[in-house]
Design a protein around this ligand. Structure first.
Ligand code: ZN
Ligand code: ZN
Length: 463
C-alpha cells in the first residue's frame, strides 16, 4: 500500500509549540495534508504518554489510531468549511532526545529520534531515561547522555525500536553540526554504529547534498517536518509502498529495495533546502548571509560586528563531501521538492501565508482535491487551472519542475522561495482572483511594506 508518513513532530508538551498540538489537532491536519502516518513525538513526557494511553488504540501492528476521532471539536483549528476525517490517521510512538555531553574533550549536542512499536517498550525506555534526567520539563528532554548510550538503552529495552539521528546538519544540535557535532557516524555511535540505518536530512539539506558524501551511502535518508504546530505537518515527509504497519515501515526504511526489486521506500517530500533556516552561513543580527566561498573570504568572521559567523549546512556538507556531484544507488528514493501550499497562495494573493484570505482559498482547494499533497503532487495542472486559476496552475507547475526563485536562509532565519518574479507579480495583481478572493493590488502592498521594511540582506557582489 502506498502511504505518506511524517515521523518527527512535537506535542504541546515541547517548548515553543502550539497548544493545538494535541492528538486530535495533529490528526486533523494530517488528514488535511494527506498524511497517513505521523509520529506521536514526545513519548518520554509523562503527561503526553498518559494522553497517548488514553486516546489511542492499536489499529495495525505498531500503528495507533484515535479511539474516538470525534471526541474533540477541531473546527476552530482548521480552515473554514473543511471537515477532516481523523479516523484514517495513524500514529507511531516517537520521541526526540536532546543529548548534551562531553566526548573527546569537546561538548557535543546531538538530537536523536526514537521509535518503538509498543507502549511497554516506551514505558521501559522512559523509566531508564527518568533516572538520568528530568523528563517532565520538556517534551524533548535534555539529557547528559551520550548518543551511543541512548542507542544502547533503546536496543536493550525495546529491541524492535530504532534510533534515527535528527536533522543531521543543523549547526547547534546535530550529529554533523558545525558547532558541536562529529565528522563521522562511527565517532558518534562507536561499536553500535551498525544499528543506525537511517538519517534525517532536515529542512536545510536535501538528498542531492547528502549524496555527495560516500560515507553516507549505506544510509536511507528520511525527511520529516519536525513541526511545532499542526499546520506545519508534512512540510517534509516520506512516501512508502509497503505493508501498512510499523514493522513493514521499519523494514522499508532499513532496506528500501526488497529482494525482488520492489521499491518500498519510494520517495521523500523536501523543502527546497535554501528555504531551511540554516542553509547558508551568516549572522542574523547583522543581516549577513554568505555562501561558503564568501565565508572563507572573510575567514568566518562577520564583517559588521567581528563575531564568528554561524556556519550553515551547505558549508558543512562541502567540508565533509568527497564527491563533486551526488551519486545515487538503485534503491534511492525519488525526491519531490515542494513549497507549502499556503506559501504559494500567499505569494499569489500578496498576503501572508497564515491570513484569512489564504485559509479561505486553501479550504476550497482541500474541498476540491481532498488534501494538500493531492494538490502539490498529484492533481493535473489543467485541473488546478480549471478549478481555481491560471496563476495557481502555473505556480504548481513551476514548483514541480524546480523553477523557483531562492533566497537562502541563514543563522536561524528562514529562506524565502518565490514562484513569480516581482515584475510578474505586479502584472498579476490586477487580474487575479482565486475562488473569488482578490489579490492585493500593488499600491496597498507598498503601504504595508513601508510600515515594516524587510531585513536588508547584504551580499558581496560576486566577481
Ligand atoms: Zn531537534
Ligand atoms: Zn555580525
Amino acid at each position: 500500500m502506498r502511504y505518506i508518513a511524517d515521523l518527527h513532530i512535537h506535542s504541546c508538551y515541547s517548548r515553543a509549540t502550539a497548544v493545538s498540538s494535541h492528538l486530535h489537532g495533529l490528526a486533523a491536519w494530517a488528514a488535511i495534508k494527506g498524511i497517513d502516518v505521523i509520529g506521536t513525538g514526545d513519548f518520554t513526557h509523562p503527561q503526553w504518554f498518559q494522553e497517548l494511553n488514553k486516546y489511542l488504540e492499536e489499529a495495525e501492528a505498531g500503528f495507533y489510531r484515535l479511539k474516538n476521532p470525534d471526541e474533540v471539536d477541531v473546527s476552530a483549528l482548521v480552515p473554514p468549511d473543511v471537515q477532516p476525517d481523523l479516523s484514517g490517521v495513524r500514529f507511531v510512538l516517537s520521541a526526540e532526545i536532546s543529548s548534551i555531553y562531553k566526548r573527546g574533550g569537546k561538548v557535543r549536542k546531538v538530537h536523536n529520534i526514537l521509535y518503538a512499536p509498543d507502549f511497554e517498550a516506551v514505558r521501559r525506555v522512559s523509566s531508564v531515561l527518568a533516572g538520568i534526567g528530568n523528563l517532565e520539563s520538556d517534551g524533548r528532554p535534555i539529557l547528559g547522555l551520550d548518543s551511543r548510550d541512548l542507542l544502547e538503552i533503546m536496543l536493550d529495552n525495546g529491541p524492535d525500536g530504532f534510533l534515527v539521528p535528527a536533522h543531521i546538519w543543523t549547526p547547534w544540535f546535530s550529529l554533523f553540526g558545525s558547532k558541536s557535532g562529529f565528522d563521522t557516524i562511527e565517532e558518534c555511535f562507536g561499536d553500535l554504529s551498525d544499528h543506525i540505518f537511517a538519517l534525517e536530512t532536515g529542512l536545510s539539506s536535501d538528498p542531492d547534498m547528502n549524496r555527495r558524501i560516500s560515507a553516507l551511502d549505506r544510509f536511507t535518508l528520511i525527511s520529516n517536518s519536525d513541526c511545532h504546530s499542526p499546520g506545519k505537518l508534512g512540510r517534509e515527509a516520506n512516501i512508502f509502498d509497503t505493508g501498512f504497519d510499523y514493522y513493514s515501515m521499519q523494514e522499508a526504511i532499513r532496506v528500501p529495495l526488497s529482494k525482488d526489486g520492489h521499491r518500498r521506500f519510494t520517495g521523500t517530500v523536501e523543502f527546497f533546502p535554501e528555504e531551511g533556516k540554516y542553509h547558508c552561513d551568516g549572522h542574523r543580527k547583522c543581516g549577513i548571509c554568505f555562501d561558503p566561498l564568501e565565508t572563507s573570504d572573510y575567514q568566518g568572521i562577520c564583517p559588521e560586528c567581528g563575531r564568528p559567523l554561524t556556519i550553515g549546512v551547505l558549508n558543512r556538507v562541502k567540508e565533509l563531501a568527497d564527491r563533486k556531484k551526488p551519486k545515487y544507488s538503485d534503491s534511492a528514493a525519488e525526491v519531490y521538492s515542494l513549497v507549502p501550499l499556503a506559501e504559494i497562495l500567499g505569494e499569489i494573493l500578496g498576503v501572508g501565508p497564515a491570513t484569512k484570505k489564504v485559509m479561505k482559498v486553501y479550504g476550497r482547494l482541500i474541498e476540491c482535491f481532498g488534501s494538500e499533497f493531492n494538490v502539490l503532487l498529484n492533481a493535473s495542472v489543467t485541473d488546478i487551472t480549471d478549478s481555481c486559476s491560471w496563476a495557481l496552475g502555473e505556480a504548481i507547475e513551476r514548483v514541480r519542475s524546480g523553477r523557483v526563485i531562492r533566497q537562502p536562509g541563514y543563522d536561524g532565519e528562514f529562506g524565502v522561495i518565490k514562484v513569480f518574479s516581482s515584475d510578474e507579480r505586479q502584472g498579476m495583481y490586477e487580474q487575479i482572483s482565486l475562488f473569488g478572493v482578490l489579490a492585493v493590488k500593488p499600491r496597498a502592498r507598498k503601504k504595508q511594506m513601508n510600515m515594516k521594511s524587510p531585513p536588508v540582506i547584504r551580499k558581496r557582489n560576486k566577481d
